[in-house]
Write a protein that binds this ligand. Structure first.
Ligand SMILES: *Cc1c(COP(=O)(O)O)cnc(C)c1O
Length: 463
C-alpha cells in the first residue's frame, strides 16, 4: 500500500514510513494512493466479531507488508487491553434512533486513545526492528497531548514533547500531561493558542535541518495512522445497528476534522453511511466553509469545548484533496491562499463534491449547556461539552427513520467545570485515576518562538 501527499510533490511512502514521518515534506498530508474497499459480504462477515477482530479486518489492507498479520493482531490487542470497557466502543441509546458511541473508555478518557494507543505500539515495534530512536513533537488543545503521553511514556524508542496552549486546557488535561514521571516525557506550555502550537509544530517539520537532526516524528491528527485507527469504530458501531443491511448516520464533534474524515474513509470503503454531520462549536469555520464555500480565518474564541477551539482544521485538506479530484496542484494553491490571505474560496464544483459527503451545523455556548442539562434530565446521561455539541447538532439535522450515531468524544469528568455549570453535578473521575489531583506536576513554560523551542528539544534529547 502506497501513500501520496495531498500537495502532490513529496516522496511516495509505505505505511510504516508514512506513520513515522507525519507531515509530508511538501507541507501536505499523506493519504492512501487508493482506498481499499470491502464488499457487503465482507462487512456482513464482521457481524458479532469483537472490537479487535473488526479492527484487524478494517485496517489490515492499509498496512500492507509493514507488519506481519500476527504482529499486527498482537499490536491491536495490546493497544486496547488497557481500556476500561470490554466492548471498547460501546453504544448507548438516547432516543428512538439516536445513539451515543462512547469513545471515552481509554486511559485518558477521550477518543484520541483509540488512535494513540495503537500508534504507540506500532512505533515501538517498527523502531525496535529498525534499531532507531525518534523525537515525537505534538501540538495539542488538550486531549491529543494527554493521549500521546499516555501511549508513549516509558517506551525506549522515543522522546515525546507536547506543546499545549498555556492556561487554555482543562486541569484534568494538564495534569494528565504533566504528572507522568518517565523522563522521555516533556510537557511544554506555550504562550499562545492551540493554533500557535500547531503553527510552531509545522515550522519545526518544515525546518529540514532540525527535522533530520533530531529524527522528528509527528503523531498529531495529521498522522495517517491516527485517521486509520478511527475508521474502525464507524464500522463496529454501524455493524451493531444492522450494517451493511441498514444505513446509519453519524454526527461528529469536529475540530481538526480527523475524526469525521475517518468516517468518510469508512464510507469510501463501502460502509453504508447516510449523513456524515460535522458538528462545530462557536468556532464554526468548517461549518461556514461547508455551507458557503468560503473558508475565512477568524479569531479563536475560547469555549466550553476547548478541544474544538480551532481556526485551522488540518485534516480538512484531505477532504479537499478528494473534492479536487486528487489534484495536488489545486490543493497547493488553496493552501497558499490560506497562508497568504487567511482564507480561500472553493469553486462550485469542489463545494458540491464536499456537500455530497458532509453536512454541518454548529452549537452555541448556551446550546451546549442546555443540551447537557436536557440530556441528563431526559436520559440520565451526562455529556461532556464536546459530545453535547454533537448531540445538539444531531437533533437539529437527523432524519427520524435513519439511526443516528453521535460520537461521544470525551468522558464528562474530563471537563467537570462545564458539566457542573450545566447540570449542577460534578462528575467524579473514574476510580483508576482518582489520585490525579494529588500527583506532582512537571512542565516547561515556552515562548511562542521557533528557535527557542528547537533549542529546548535539542537540549532535552541530549540527556
Ligand atoms: C480532539 C477532540 C475533538 C475534535 O476531533 P477532531 O478529530 O480534531 O475533529 C472533539 N472532542 C474531543 C473531546 C476531542 O478531544
Amino acid at each position: 500500500m502506497n501513500y501520496i501527499s495531498t500537495r502532490g510533490s513529496a516522496p511516495i511512502l509505505s505505511f510504516e514510513d508514512t506513520m513515522l514521518t507525519g507531515l509530508a515534506r511538501d507541507g501536505g498530508l499523506y493519504v492512501p494512493k487508493s482506498i481499499p474497499t470491502m464488499s457487503q459480504a465482507d462487512i456482513r462477515a464482521m457481524v458479532g466479531l469483537n472490537y479487535e477482530e473488526i479492527a484487524f479486518r478494517v485496517m489490515r489492507p492499509f498496512v500492507g507488508d509493514s507488519f506481519s498479520e500476527e504482529e499486527f493482531f498482537e499490536i491491536i490487542q495490546r493497544s486496547y487491553a488497557g481500556f476500561n470497557h470490554l466492548a471498547r466502543a460501546p453504544l448507548t441509546q438516547l432516543d428512538s434512533n439516536h445513539f451515543l458511541l462512547e469513545l471515552f473508555h481509554g486511559p485518558t478518557l477521550a477518543f484520541k486513545d483509540f488512535a494513540m494507543q495503537l500508534i504507540g505500539q506500532m512505533f515501538q515495534v517498527a523502531l525496535r526492528r529498525r534499531d532507531e530512536r525518534v523525537t515525537i513533537v505534538g501540538a495539542t488543545s488538550g486531549d491529543t497531548g494527554s493521549a500521546a503521553i499516555e501511549a508513549f511514556r516509558g517506551l525506549d524508542t522515543v522522546d515525546i514533547f507536547i506543546l499545549y496552549p498555556h492556561g487554555r486546557v482543562s486541569e484534568v488535561q494538564r495534569r494528565q500531561m504533566t504528572t507522568p514521571k518517565e523522563n522521555n516525557v516533556h510537557a511544554l506550555a506555550l504562550d499562545g493558542h492551540f493554533d500557535d502550537c500547531q503553527a510552531r509544530l509545522k515550522d519545526m517539520f518544515n525546518d529540514f535541518d532540525f527535522r533530520d537532526s533530531v529524527q522528528l516524528a509527528g503523531v498529531n491528527s495529521i498522522n495517517w495512522a491516527r485517521v486509520l485507527a478511527q475508521v474502525v469504530y464507524y464500522f463496529s458501531s454501524a455493524i451493531s445497528l444492522g450494517a451493511p443491511d441498514r444505513p446509519v448516520s453519524f454526527t461528529v464533534p469536529t475540530g481538526n476534522f480527523g475524526d469525521v474524515f475517518a468516517g468518510y474513509i469508512a464510507k469510501c470503503m463501502g460502509l453504508p453511511v447516510d449523513q456524515l454531520v460535522v458538528a462545530t462549536n462557536q468556532n464554526d469555520i468548517v461549518h461556514r466553509c461547508l455551507s458557503t464555500g468560503k473558508y475565512k480565518k477568524d479569531k479563536v474564541l475560547s469555549s466550553l469545548s476547548p478541544s474544538m477551539d480551532i481556526q485551522i482544521s488540518s485534516n480538512f485538506e484531505r477532504a479537499l484533496f478528494d473534492a479536487c479530484d486528487r489534484n495536488g496542484n489545486a490543493v497547493s494553491r488553496i493552501m497558499e491562499d490560506l497562508s497568504q490571505r487567511n482564507g480561500f474560496s472553493l469553486s462550485k464544483c469542489v463545494s458540491e463534491k464536499l456537500s455530497q459527503h458532509f453536512s454541518s451545523n454548529s452549537a452555541s455556548e448556551e446550546e451546549t449547556l442546555a443540551t447537557i442539562k436536557k440530556c441528563f434530565t431526559q436520559t440520565g446521561e451526562l455529556l461532556c461539552p464536546h459530545t453535547a455539541i454533537g448531540v445538539n447538532v444531531a437533533e437539529k439535522t437527523r432524519f427520524p427513520d435513519t439511526p443516528m450515531i453521535t460520537l461521544a468524544t470525551a468522558h464528562p469528568a474530563k471537563f467537570p467545570d462545564a458539566v457542573e455549570k450545566a447540570s449542577d453535578l460534578r462528575p467524579p473521575l473514574p476510580e483508576r485515576m482518582d489520585d490525579l489531583y494529588q500527583r506532582s506536576e512537571r512542565l516547561t513554560r515556552v515562548e511562542n518562538d521557533l528557535t527557542k523551542l528547537e533549542e529546548i528539544v535539542k537540549e532535552r534529547i541530549k540527556t
